[in-house]
Unconditional design. Structure first.
Length: 161
């Protein structure tokens, strides 16, 4: 399924953004959403399935705005520097959760999951969204990176952290 693009978006009379998904895209999205509700006995979604689902959700929720214009390199109209910084923001929120002692995930009074691992999950969600919008495979990039990392010495030759 190709990533949904903002140029395919149209506003409804209620002001909501909707997207002109192809039948294949809608079927793939339905399959991904069905996978979210599978029992523990059934297989979970693969990384690329999550990547497509997360991106389709982000597009539906209006996170890919083509009207943002600046000079930075773009992915579907969004500033790549901003996108990377948003991943860093989620990592910073994980640091703050750890400082607060919120290591276990809990649901706050608004129904929002909070805590260290919840914030790290937000970083992964943002990363998957960017990969899918750029039509890149996170799974492939992990494979390439780990193939290289396997060849590196212990602690990459003496790094402390």
């Amino acid at each position: 399924m190709e990533a949904a693009r903002m140029e395919d978006a149209q506003a409804t009379p209620q002001g909501e953004i909707c997207y002109d998904f192809s039948e294949d895209e809608l079927n793939a999205l339905a399959e991904a959403e069905d996978a979210l509700t599978k029992s523990d006995n059934e297989p979970y979604m693969l990384v690329n399935d999550w990547q497509r689902y997360i991106n389709s959700w982000a597009v539906r929720k209006g996170w890919w705005d083509p009207d943002k214009v600046d000079s930075a390199p773009k992915i579907a109209g969004r500033n790549t520097i901003e996108l990377a910084a948003l991943v860093g923001t989620e990592a910073s929120e994980a640091v703050e959760a750890a400082r607060m002692g919120w290591m276990e995930t809990f649901i706050d009074e608004h129904g929002k999951p909070q805590g260290y691992f919840s914030e790290l999950a937000d970083a992964v969600i943002r990363i998957m969204d960017v990969f899918n919008m750029a039509d890149q495979s996170l799974e492939r990039e992990i494979e390439l990176k780990m193939a290289y990392n396997e060849k590196r010495p212990v602690r990459h030759g003496g790094k402390l952290a």
